[in-house]
Design a binder for this molecule. Structure first.
Ligand code: C2G
Length: 131
């Protein structure tokens, strides 16, 4: 079984996220999503989420491509995750191109193109403008 892992906040889930998860799953048989916790988002990623971790987790678990959701609560957990879950491939959007090449000694590393015209930030801004 070829295991894939990806990481993210996945707030206000949209089709850009789904495009990423669909292509990530295509690379193997089992997709793990390490989902940024509320604390990790607030303290380390400086992101304020609309949905809580539990709500975002439920949304991801409803997606056919996702097999397991685990918490991401530190930048440093990736190497241990790869070994603990016997991951073959790390996947993330190419907005992170090169940033996780250190994982290449532990697993395959794949950067997938982002879906260009959509982002959680853009959704929030457009909703604000509509008020
Ligand atoms: N994504 C995408 N296209 C978009 C928006 C997002 O392909 N239009 C991808 C991102 O590249 C990422 C995933 O969807 O691979 C999740 O996006 P975010 O929730 O913004 O994740 P991010 O904050 O980049 O977290 O340790 C890694 C971080 O946790 C990644």
């Amino acid at each position: 079984m070829k295991k894939i892992i990806t990481y993210g906040t996945f707030d206000l889930l949209h089709y850009g996220h789904i495009n990423l998860l669909r292509r990530a799953k295509k690379l193997g048989d089992y997709l793990i999503v390490a989902l940024s916790t509320d604390e990790f988002n607030r303290e380390k990623k400086k992101k304020e989420c609309y949905f809580t971790y539990e709500q975002r987790k439920k949304l991801l678990e409803a997606i056919r491509y996702v097999d397991l959701v685990i918490p991401e609560d530190s930048w440093e957990q990736k190497v241990s995750d790869v070994h603990e879950f016997r991951v073959n491939t790390f996947v993330i959007g190419d907005d992170w191109e090169g940033k996780f090449d250190f994982l290449k000694e532990h697993c395959e590393v794949v950067y997938l193109t982002r879906t260009p015209e959509i982002s959680t930030t853009q959704i929030k801004e457009q909703l604000k403008d509509k008020k």
